[in-house]
Design a protein around this ligand. Structure first.
Ligand code: SF4
Length: 369
């Protein structure tokens, strides 16, 4: 089976090329064409003789994603629906988002088609997991967006469909490819990887990125959403096995190992995670390691919801239904919650709801395959 050149790291490519009896310098040439010049097929790989192209052809291909649709929101956020190719892996549809801001252009990247973590507030979680994306499919989301819009993103956030740490090997390969200075070469400080938190994985991630100079400054975001264990376990079922105290220990390890700040993502559920006790716990958490909190207005999900199982689920369910009718981004209580956090000297930002009108905001990505 042919390998997609977009998913092969430079060092691996050198070895594969050597095994074919082709001089190693050709591997660098090919890598530059694929990841810097964004060649879309072998014919676009520059500077290689015809006989070499013929030699590569049985072993390698370049398989871009197919653009199915793109939708632009009022605030110019663009959501892309891509179809993956069918020669290498099972065909699925995925979404990626381009968020345009004054000082940056950010691509929100997907790592899985669907997700089986089952978070209550997330449309992707309602899809279940269709399959993990390959490194080539992860990388290609960015390359297709550049080729469609002409915009080279300044920042990448791994916060699209899927839980990056549940597709760890592909995540790490794609990060290595994207930060390779001979290729796309995005600086690692402009990349954020977001997780709901898995014990063992945060530590491993800290070890892995600190061992690689190209990855060292990647930032970590924890989808926290509540410091109350019971409420968090209702919101994020996988947190029953990956408890908050264990995750906190790993975050301390992450900071000590990498020196990188951690961001806590905190979806605001009015009346459920904004009490004075929540404020006190968040202030304590922030004193643990240098960090900041992004408060995110709840974004309604346009997806069939399961009937509530218990009282807490019922309350969340009501919030979700309520959110369908009313945006909470300017709610007085949300602003009051932020003011109370600031009074406790918590570094807190109110995250924008870019793309909410096209279901492209946090927690809204979902496709029917
Ligand atoms: S929030 Fe992330 S981990 Fe949870 S279901 Fe959605 S994609 Fe999966």
């Amino acid at each position: 089976m042919k390998q997609n050149l977009r998913g092969i790291k430079q060092q691996e490519l050198k070895e594969e090329i050597k095994n074919l009896g082709i001089p190693a310098f050709r591997a660098e040439q090919i890598f530059i064409s694929v990841h810097s010049k964004l060649a879309k097929n072998l014919d676009e790989v520059k500077g290689i003789p015809k006989e070499l192209a013929l030699k590569l052809n049985p072993h390698f291909t370049i398989e871009p994603l197919d653009l199915i649709t793109s939708t632009t929101s009022k605030d110019e956020t663009v959501k892309f629906l891509f179809g993956t190719g069918d020669t290498i892996s099972r065909k699925v549809k995925i979404e990626s988002v381009l968020i345009k801001e004054e000082d940056r252009n950010t691509v929100c990247v997907s790592t899985q088609a669907g997700c089986n973590a089952g978070c209550e507030f997330c449309a992707t979680g309602k899809m279940g997991l269709l399959r993990n994306l390959t490194p080539a499919e992860i990388v290609s989301q960015i390359y297709e967006i550049i080729s469609i819009t002409g915009i080279v993103p300044s920042n990448l956030v791994f916060m699209g469909m899927g839980e990056p740490f549940l597709n760890y090997a592909s995540l790490m390969d794609s990060l290595e490819i994207l930060t390779d200075k001979k290729g796309f070469g995005i600086p690692s400080r402009r990349i954020t990887v977001s997780t709901v938190g898995f014990t063992g994985r945060i530590k491993k991630f800290a070890d892995d990125i600190s061992a690689n100079a190209n990855l060292r400054n990647i930032k970590l975001a924890l989808s926290l959403h509540s410091t109350d264990r019971g409420f968090r376990e209702t919101l994020i079922p996988v947190s029953k096995k990956n408890t908050l105290p264990a995750i906190y220990d790993e975050l301390v390890y992450f900071y000590r190992k990498t020196g990188n700040k951690v961001t806590y993502e905190y979806i605001y559920f009015e009346g459920l995670n904004d009490t004075d006790n929540d404020v006190k716990r968040l202030a304590k958490l922030q004193r643990m390691i240098p960090s900041n909190i992004n408060v995110i207005p709840f974004h309604p999900v346009d997806f069939e919801l399961k009937p509530p199982l218990d009282i807490l689920n019922k309350k969340i369910h009501e919030k979700i239904i309520h959110g369908k009718e009313k945006s909470l981004s300017n709610s007085k209580n949300l602003l009051d919650f932020i003011a109370r956090l600031r009074k406790e000297r918590v570094t807190v930002n109110l995250r924008s709801s870019s793309g909410v009108d096209i279901n492209a905001a946090c927690g809204q990505l979902a496709v029917k395959n």
